[in-house]
Design a protein around this ligand. Structure first.
Ligand SMILES: [Zn+2]
Length: 179
C-alpha cells in the first residue's frame, strides 16, 4: 500500500461498484475515466478510485492514499475510494446485464484491504457512495446497509477462529512434549 502525499485527508472508506459486467479490467476503468477527466494520478492512472478489486479478488492500487480522489462529490479530499467490479443493482437489467453480487474472493480481498488501511491510517469501517448523494444507489440497491458491517465482523471472527485454532494446536504440542 502506497501512502504518498497530497490533498487528501481521509476520514472514511467509500465503497463503489463498477456498474459493469464481471469481465472488465482496471484498464477498462482507467480508459473510461481518462475520457471523463485528464488528471493522472501519481501512480500513473486516470482511475478516480484509490483501489479497484476485480471479480477474481485481485486488488489494484490506482491512487496514493493521500492523493485526492475523483469518485464522490464532496468527499474527494476526505476519503479513500474503493471500487469492486460488480453490479448488484436492479438497474443493471436496463443495460442488458444480469445483476450480480460481489464474489467470495472479492469479499476476502476487501476485508484484507480494510484491515491494512486501518493499520496504516486508523480508519475503520466502510461507507457507501449513496450515503453522500440522493442521486445514486451505488454500490447497488441489492447491497443492504448492513452488508459492510457484517462483512467486517465476519472477517474479524474468522481471524479470531484461526488464532484460536493455532493456539490450541500449540497447546496440544506443548502438552505432548512435556507429558
Ligand atoms: Zn459510486
Amino acid at each position: 500500500m502506497i501512502l504518498g502525499k497530497g490533498k487528501n485527508n481521509p476520514k472514511r472508506n467509500i465503497l463503489h461498484c463498477s456498474a459493469t459486467t464481471k469481465h472488465i479490467t482496471v484498464g477498462n476503468i482507467n480508459d473510461y475515466h481518462k475520457t471523463l477527466w485528464h488528471s493522472i494520478s501519481n501512480l500513473g492512472s486516470y482511475c478516480g478510485y484509490h483501489f479497484v478489486i476485480d471479480y477474481l479478488g485481485k486488488r489494484y492500487q490506482t491512487r496514493e492514499i493521500y492523493e485526492e480522489g475523483m469518485h464522490t462529490i464532496g468527499q474527494n479530499r476526505s476519503s479513500i475510494g474503493i471500487c469492486l467490479i460488480m453490479y448488484p443493482d436492479t438497474e443493471a437489467w436496463r443495460y442488458g446485464v444480469e445483476p450480480y453480487m460481489p464474489s467470495r474472493e472479492q469479499e476476502i480481498s476487501l476485508v484484507k484491504l480494510l484491515k491494512e488501511i486501518e493499520e496504516e491510517t486508523r480508519i475503520s469501517g466502510i461507507s457507501y457512495h449513496r450515503d453522500f448523494t440522493k442521486l445514486k444507489t451505488c454500490p447497488g440497491n441489492l447491497i443492504p446497509a448492513s452488508w459492510g458491517r457484517d462483512l467486517i465482523r465476519k472477517g474479524k471472527i474468522s481471524f479470531l477462529k484461526r488464532q484460536l485454532f493455532l493456539l490450541r494446536r500449540y497447546l496440544l504440542f506443548l502438552l505432548k512434549k512435556y507429558e
